[in-house]
Design a protein. Structure first.
Length: 322
């Protein structure tokens, strides 16, 4: 019992000594860091350009411009630049001037010191001393949206309406040199399988991905809404009379058969609305070649509610009686 108590006391003393050692070590590290950060250091950093107050009708084309700035300041100030992306603001209302169709900015140490770095930072050098910004005038253009899709319907189902996009076109604003080359905007690829119900889904637009294009171009929308009605479909078949067209006035024909079977695909909801009067099958006499004695029937008219229309009869035999 006494031996066990003695072991616990020794362990406690050792643990306290370890904690005191760690505390002293941490304190020494913090003091060292404060000492280091309190000293002045000189270094050169690359600063990006933040453009402000650019007129709406002007589009600045340069996006990769940067300045190499040599600064002298204490370590605490340097931390701000190392843990962020440093930028220098260029005000296009007061910091630039136009020359030969470009904007020109010239370094002004006093300006940079007083407004962007503070009194505790010495600006030793700026390179280059002049920046030239190319610019262009905005162009406004409306282009269609093109759906990229792979939609598979369940057996017996199909779309009962056209694919409708809202919006089906977008407006692009940007430099004429870029906007003039864009003729349409595609959607991102949409894949759907075993579809058996109406589709109402948002689809993102495939906009230019580069940073330069994203900054130069403005788009009225970044996505569109796809709407398509889906219904159960069935096959329909109707007997349609054959009509002859373009037969010369001095020619009399006899032809057979007088009617043909027209097969079509239609939704169940529209099945009873389709009648033979909605179809027109013709044979064009002017299309006869090489003294052939048959005509080819064609569907000249059918209702919008049906699809995959075809004629089972491939030939219409005829004889000239006059």
């Amino acid at each position: 019992m006494l031996r066990e108590l003695k072991s616990k006391i020794l362990a406690s003393i050792k643990s306290k000594r370890l904690n005191v050692f760690v505390l002293f070590l941490l304190s020494a590290f913090i003091i060292l860091m404060f000492t280091k950060l309190s000293k002045d250091y000189t270094n050169t950093l690359s600063f990006g350009i933040k453009k402000v107050n650019v007129l709406d009708e002007d589009v600045i084309l340069n996006d990769s411009i940067h300045l190499d700035v040599t600064l002298k300041t204490h370590g605490f100030k340097w931390l701000k630049y190392y843990f962020s992306n440093p930028e220098i603001t260029v005000d296009f209302h007061k910091d630039v001037y136009k020359k030969d169709s470009v904007f020109v900015w010239h370094k002004t140490v006093a300006y940079l010191q007083n407004t962007q770095f503070g009194s505790q930072v010495d600006v030793l050098n700026i390179s280059p001393d002049t920046l030239v910004f190319r610019y262009d005038k905005n162009m406004v253009k409306k282009v269609p949206v093109v759906l990229q899709s792979d939609i598979k319907f369940s057996p017996g189902y199909d779309r009962a309406s056209e694919f409708k996009l809202k919006p089906d076109s977008i407006t692009i604003i940007g430099p004429e040199v870029k906007v003039s080359k864009i003729h349409f905007i595609e959607t991102e690829s949409l894949t759907l399988k075993d579809v058996r119900a109406d589709v109402l889904q948002r689809v993102k637009l495939k906009l230019p991905e580069s940073k330069q294009n994203r900054q130069d171009l403005k788009f009225s929308a970044v996505q569109t809404l796809l709407n398509v009605k889906v219904d159960k479909f069935t096959e329909g078949i109707l007997k349609i009379p054959v009509q002859l067209v373009n037969v010369p006035e001095d020619v009399t024909l006899k032809f057979f058969p007088k009617e043909v079977n027209v097969v079509y695909y239609v939704s169940l909801s529209d099945f009873n609305t389709v009648t033979a009067k909605d179809f027109k099958v013709v044979c064009d006499f002017s299309k006869i070649v090489n003294n052939q004695f048959f005509l080819v029937p064609e569907v000249a008219q059918y209702p919008e509610t049906v699809k995959n229309v075809k004629i089972n009869q491939k030939r219409i035999e005829f004889i000239i009686t006059k």
